[in-house]
Design a protein around this ligand. Structure first.
Ligand code: SAM
Length: 321
């Protein structure tokens, strides 16, 4: 479906829970975080109904996220439900990787092939400092098992944090893309208050990397906003950058977000959400829900400035990252 700014909206990020098994210091709101009561979280049946309706509007690419999606029971049944729907072009999962290893066989059987794993450092002590949990080994073994199981692509998302992982860690992630066929993406930190002071820009990191290595620019299919993607001779994988601050990509934004409690959000920078859960639970017909989705799409802001700009109060865990 095309919106009023001629953007093709075809991608929905679905948060299945606001719970997470990590406590990354930068991924929280300034307000005390209250978990959504269980009865307010959409059931898998409700999510599947919305996915079916979204498909009828041409939204055919889906990413499952959270919170940490793998803390929700039987996630593979939702994945299987989505992959079985006619017209679905792509289903992927974003995870912190802690519970990945044990879930891989079920996820693969459910039809999942694409994985994004969030990992900000390859240093065990820093991992503990960032996430509050000593779990680096679990994430690394999850990555290796995913590659052995044939998941492709396996992308690793690294949020750049000044003074924390903007030095040697960058080289270590580049080395990882030499030894494993993973696609590392360095991401600019978005300014939710607990993250203040940690921002590093992508151009800054790029400049450092360009001084050290000879880069070959490549196209990574389905790379979304990570338009600059590179390989260094001899690399099994690749690396790239996502720079929401340095290179805004509102003009090509193709996405909607569904929160775990059934609110549709058309822009990360807008506080406005559209309550689909109430409609679902009032047992209204498909037409009425479709109308609500179309209204949301019709009001999708043209840019982050239109949406009210930066300075959100809530972190991504609440919004669905
Ligand atoms: N738990 C899953 C995971 O770790 O991938 C999915 C949800 S998590 C909120 C999604 C991603 O958002 C993670 O890569 C996390 O690092 C990133 N994130 C959280 N807060 C952020 C911020 N302020 N700026 C940029 N990325 C952020």
């Amino acid at each position: 479906m095309e919106d009023r700014f001629n953007r093709q909206i075809n991608y929905m990020r679905i948060s299945v829970t606001d719970r997470c098994n990590l406590r990354c210091f930068y991924c929280r709101g300034v307000q005390d975080f209250e978990f959504i009561p269980h009865q307010e979280i959409l059931t898998y049946e409700e999510i599947l109904r919305l996915v079916r309706l979204a498909l009828s509007l041409g939204i055919n690419r889906f990413r499952i996220t959270g919170g940490e999606p793998l803390v929700r029971k039987d996630l593979d049944s939702l994945v299987a439900g989505i992959t079985a729907l006619p017209g679905v072009q792509d289903v992927s999962l974003t995870t912190n990787g802690i519970l990945l290893g044990e879930n891989l066989p079920k996820l693969k059987a459910a039809g999942l092939r694409r994985l994004n794993i969030s990992l900000d450092t390859l240093d065990r002590h820093k991992f503990l400092r960032i996430t509050g949990f000593d779990g680096l080994d679990k994430v690394l073994s999850g990555i290796e098992e995913a590659l052995s199981a044939g998941f492709d692509p396996v992308k690793i998302n690294v949020v750049l944090l000044r003074g924390m992982n903007d030095g040697a860690d960058v080289d270590e992630f580049i080395a990882l893309a030499f030894s494993l066929p993973v696609h590392v993406r360095f991401i600019e930190l978005m300014d939710f208050s607990p993250a203040e002071g940690y921002f590093v820009s992508v151009p800054e990191i790029m400049e450092d990397i360009e001084k050290k290595y000879e880069l070959e620019k490549i196209e990574l299919p389905g790379a979304g906003p990570a338009r600059s993607h590179f390989r260094i001779k001899g690399m099994k994988g690749s690396f790239g950058f996502i720079a929401p601050y340095s290179h805004h990509f509102c003009g090509s934004c193709n996405r909607l977000r569904l929160s775990a409690d059934g609110r549709l959000r058309t822009c990360l920078f807008s506080e406005k959400t559209y309550d689909l859960r109430t409609l679902l639970r009032q047992q209204v017909g498909d037409d009425q829900i479709l109308e609500a989705i179309k209204t949301a799409l019709g009001e999708k802001p043209g840019s982050w400035q239109d949406a009210g700009g930066y300075g959100r109060k809530n972190g991504l865990r609440d919004i669905g990252g």
